[in-house]
Design a protein around this ligand. Structure first.
Ligand SMILES: *[C@@H]1O[C@H](CO)[C@@H](O)[C@H](O)[C@H]1NC(C)=O
Ligand SMILES: *[C@@H]1O[C@H](CO)[C@@H](O)[C@H](O)[C@H]1NC(C)=O
Ligand SMILES: *[C@@H]1O[C@H](CO)[C@@H](O)[C@H](O)[C@H]1NC(C)=O
Ligand SMILES: *[C@@H]1O[C@H](CO)[C@@H](O)[C@H](O)[C@H]1NC(C)=O
Ligand SMILES: *[C@@H]1O[C@H](CO)[C@@H](O)[C@H](O)[C@H]1NC(C)=O
Ligand SMILES: *[C@@H]1O[C@H](CO)[C@@H](O)[C@H](O)[C@H]1NC(C)=O
Ligand SMILES: *[C@@H]1O[C@H](CO)[C@@H](O)[C@H](O)[C@H]1NC(C)=O
Ligand SMILES: *[C@@H]1O[C@H](CO)[C@@H](O)[C@H](O)[C@H]1NC(C)=O
Ligand SMILES: *[C@@H]1O[C@H](CO)[C@@H](O)[C@H](O)[C@H]1NC(C)=O
Ligand SMILES: *[C@@H]1O[C@H](CO)[C@@H](O)[C@H](O)[C@H]1NC(C)=O
Length: 351
């Protein structure tokens, strides 16, 4: 009972290779066509190759070269530099049929202000998901936290609102997270501290009000952009643990409190610091501080320095932009300033 005979195995073998030869599994082809029907492409669109049985050869579709299953769906606006406006009335759940899908780029496809559907949380093989500039609105579904294989998640440029789900803390493989240009508010969840592989975190242009102390656990973080939010608090002390940080943008965030040399003591890789337009943020740096970094851009316009020209600048040999305008620095400019001829742009106005 239940024993496969040689002939059955032979037929199975034929079945599998046949699918490879046809360049597609039938149920995956049907799922792709159903997905296509839920979009509204222009006549001469990028779907012109979506004919016949060989769906692995359709433009924007890729298959695993041993299994023959669909592993990639790339109809993002950036494909080969061509921008074709695609519109969708809904993101059809037929996509869950593509059980091996690991790469999905739908960026720039305009869905008309619908919610990100819950079924996205069941596409568990996804390693790369780009839904940027797609017009999705409303709350981010909790289920996205199920996508524990994700390496990159791009949700920027939508109308996503409310809190970042706590479940994001389960995305422990994540290297890049971009939630910029949305309407997200409240605190970043404390669970973000679990993303120990995160290298890039972009949250600019939201209305986020608080950064949790667990941000200091993001030991691989290289780029942090919190600009144009409503933080109105202090940066957590733990920020000083981010020893791999190269790019830090906290401009226009209504931050308050004091930043001292201790905050930067571990940031030996820092290349770009932008804290522009934080009227209540004070920099209190010891005169004899010797920074661990060689920085390129220092943008502190309209923060409060309220001291003489910062002596630590003298230690920097690769400065490109130095903007200390409107920071209430006073006293004579040091003689060594003109020796820093590496500086490309310097703005010391309004002091
Ligand atoms: C296809 O298979 C070959 C050999 O098995 C492998 O070297 C290659 O990386 C595979 N390509 C993709 C896209 O998986
Ligand atoms: C398009 O792709 C290029 C390189 O692949 C990238 O630099 C650029 O940011 C992309 N643009 C968008 C809007 O995603
Ligand atoms: C997906 O598309 C099929 C066929 O176009 C349609 O019958 C079905 O209702 C769609 N599913 C959803 C969830 O919209
Ligand atoms: C997420 O995972 C949980 C537990 O594994 C499961 O119960 C739930 O149905 C999943 N959610 C989605 C949207 O797939
Ligand atoms: C956050 O946004 C949601 C949805 O727009 C809203 O209901 C909620 O009141 C906002 N919370 C705060 C603290 O602003
Ligand atoms: C992260 O940091 C906080 C303190 O800032 C700590 O309590 C927590 O245990 C750390 N670990 C994780 C995984 O978030
Ligand atoms: C500062 O951020 C707010 C959003 O918090 C934005 O509306 C405003 O345009 C920004 N100002 C500048 C100068 O970028
Ligand atoms: C610098 O980083 C190391 C290792 O991450 C940590 O042990 C140390 O406490 C940090 N120093 C400061 C001043 O935060
Ligand atoms: C200079 O900073 C003060 C507050 O510190 C602010 O009120 C003023 O608008 C700023 N001036 C310019 C020109 O940015
Ligand atoms: C320096 O920063 C101020 C904001 O405080 C900005 O208005 C000004 O354009 C910047 N200067 C240069 C040269 O970019």
């Amino acid at each position: 009972m239940g024993k496969l005979c040689v002939r059955d195995l032979y037929l199975l073998f034929i079945f599998a290779t046949t699918n490879l030869c046809l360049g597609c599994f039938e149920h995956e082809k049907l799922a792709l066509l159903q997905f296509k029907r839920s979009l509204d492409p222009e006549p001469s669109s990028r779907f012109s190759s979506w004919n016949g049985n060989k769906c692995c050869e359709w433009q924007g579709v890729g298959c695993g070269n041993e299994t023959g299953y669909v592993t990639m769906l790339d109809i993002g606006s950036n494909i080969s530099g061509i921008y074709t406006q695609l519109e969708g009335n809904d993101l059809n759940s037929s996509l869950v049929e593509l059980t091996r899908l690991s790469y999905m780029d739908l960026s720039g496809v305009h869905f008309h202000n619908i919610l990100i559907p819950d079924f996205i949380g069941s596409m568990s093989q996804l390693r790369f998901l780009d839904l940027s500039f797609t017009g999705f609105s409303g709350v981010i579904p909790h289920g996205i936290g199920n996508l524990s294989s994700l390496r990159e998640l791009h949700l920027q440029g939508n109308e996503l609102m409310g809190l970042i789900p706590t479940s994001f803390g389960n995305l422990v493989m994540l290297r890049k997270l971009d939630l910029s240009l949305n309407l997200l508010n409240g605190s970043i969840p404390f669970s973000i501290g679990k993303l120990s592989n995160l290298e890039i975190l972009y949250l600019r242009y939201n209305t986020i009000t608080e950064i949790p102390s667990s941000i200091g656990n993001l030991s691989q973080l290289e780029s942090l952009d919190l600009s144009h939010n409503l933080l109105q608090t202090r940066l957590p002390e733990t920020i000083r643990q981010l020893s791999k940080l190269q790019y830090l943008d906290i401009s226009n965030t209504s931050l308050s409190g004091v930043l001292t040399e201790a905050h930067f003591a571990n940031m030996s890789m820092l290349k770009h610091l932008d804290a522009t337009l934080n009227h209540n943020l004070r920099f209190k740096i010891l005169p004899d501080w010797n920074p661990p970094f060689q920085i390129r851009n220092v943008l502190l316009g309209s923060c409060k320095i309220e001291s003489e020209f910062p002596p630590w600048i003298r230690t920097q040999r690769s400065l490109f932009i130095l903007n200390l305008s409107n920071t209430s620095i006073y006293g004579p400019l040091p003689n060594w300033l003109c020796e820093l001829h590496i500086i490309n742009v310097i703005d010391l106005s309004q002091n």
